[in-house]
Design a protein around this ligand. Structure first.
Ligand code: NDP
Length: 305
């Protein structure tokens, strides 16, 4: 029986674990991936985390995990399949066993949204990718397409611009919604072309991506762009499938919780990107981790009375 199980080893989960260990709680982290860091690992260059300008997501993830390991926090590499929050003691079922705790912190973050067009699933790993950092290095002198107009798309395109011969950034709105500083950096790249008002119809290729088909949302005119790779960066959706509706979520599937990270189930807390919040960033994920442990401590004190 643990005081606390943290599900997910990204910035929010590891911060919660670090604060819990420093509060002398018996904490266990369950993380399915070999590397901790969650979506952070897809970020080539993090420039908005204070004191570490330009650090790669991978390095920041490694530093956070090392910090947790320095505090002797156990991290098991297992996938959570199911949870049972019906009783006061919470159960977490993984592909490696069943764990029990007084409290659970949900920190499973988000996963990339899919376009849902023909060719996307079929050519996944054969030119279709959701991570420029993971798959970009193989694209020297290639032509790549990045779909999406947000920060993630801009950051991916900037990274690819340093590797590829040509990078197209294709988005459906008239204007990219990415931060002005990122847009300016993209505009300054000779090998980047940004085109708006385009929606993807299909990704084409026999055994590997060869082209992408789109249409203009205003004129309905069809367009085909040659591409060796297509990076989809159209946002994310929360990873809550293992919760089986045991905590309240909003229409988009995010776990409803305030700044204190308390969910509708006593003893269950939500931190980071999985939580309803206005700004999903590494620093706000870490802030959640810290705030959640204040709530965990007061919950544990209340059930001990
Ligand atoms: P966003 O939700 O910000 O942007 C998603 C983009 O995808 C929008 O351009 C949207 O278009 C487009 N889109 C959504 N669905 C579709 C679809 N079906 N077909 C075509 N286009 C679609 O997501 P991000 O992943 O970019 O960012 C998520 C969060 O992470 C944000 O808070 C962002 O600030 C943060 N982030 C910050 C980074 C940084 O370095 N500061 C790096 C990466 C992420 P439309 O505009 O028309 O809705």
């Amino acid at each position: 029986m643990h005081d606390l199980i943290v599900i997910g080893g990204g910035p929010a989960g590891l911060t919660a674990a670090i604060y819990a260990a420093r509060a002398c709680l018996d904490v266990l982290v369950v993380e399915e991936s070999f590397m901790s860091g969650g979506q952070l690992l897809n970020n080539n260059e993090v420039n908005n985390y204070p004191a570490l300008p330009g650090i790669s997501g991978m390095d920041l993830g490694i530093k956070m995990r090392e910090h947790a390991e320095k505090l002797a926090i156990p991290i098991v590499k297992e996938r959570v399949l199911e949870v049972n929050f019906e009783n006061r003691n919470k159960l977490v079922m993984t592909d490696g066993g069943t764990y029990e705790a007084r409290c659970v912190v949900l920190a499973t973050g988000c996963e990339p949204k899919k376009l849902g067009v023909p060719g996307e699933a079929e050519l996944l790993g054969h030119g279709v990718s959701y991570s420029a950092v993971c798959d970009g290095p193989y694209l020297r002198n290639a032509e790549a397409v990045v779909i999406g107009g947000g920060d993630a798309s801009a950051v991916s395109a900037l990274y690819l611009a340093g590797i590829c011969k040509k990078v197209y950034v294709l988005y459906r709105a008239r204007r990219m919604r990415a931060a002005a500083i990122l847009r300016r950096r993209l505009e300054a790249c000779d090998n980047v072309e940004m085109i708006g008002s385009l929606l993807t119809d299909a990704i084409a290729g026999e055994n590997h991506v060869g082209a992408i088909w789109l249409h203009d949302v205003d004129t309905m005119e069809k367009r085909c762009i040659h591409a060796d790779a297509v990076f989809v960066a159209i946002g994310t959706s929360p990873r809550t499938e293992y919760l089986n509706q045991q905590v309240y979520t909003n229409d988009e599937g995010y776990v409803v919780a305030g700044e204190d990270c308390r969910t509708t189930v006593p003893g269950v807390f939500a931190v980071g990107d999985i939580r309803t919040k206005p700004l999903r960033q590494i620093i706000t994920a870490c802030a959640d981790g810290a705030n959640a442990i204040e709530s965990v401590k007061s919950y544990l004190a209340s059930i001990a009375e």
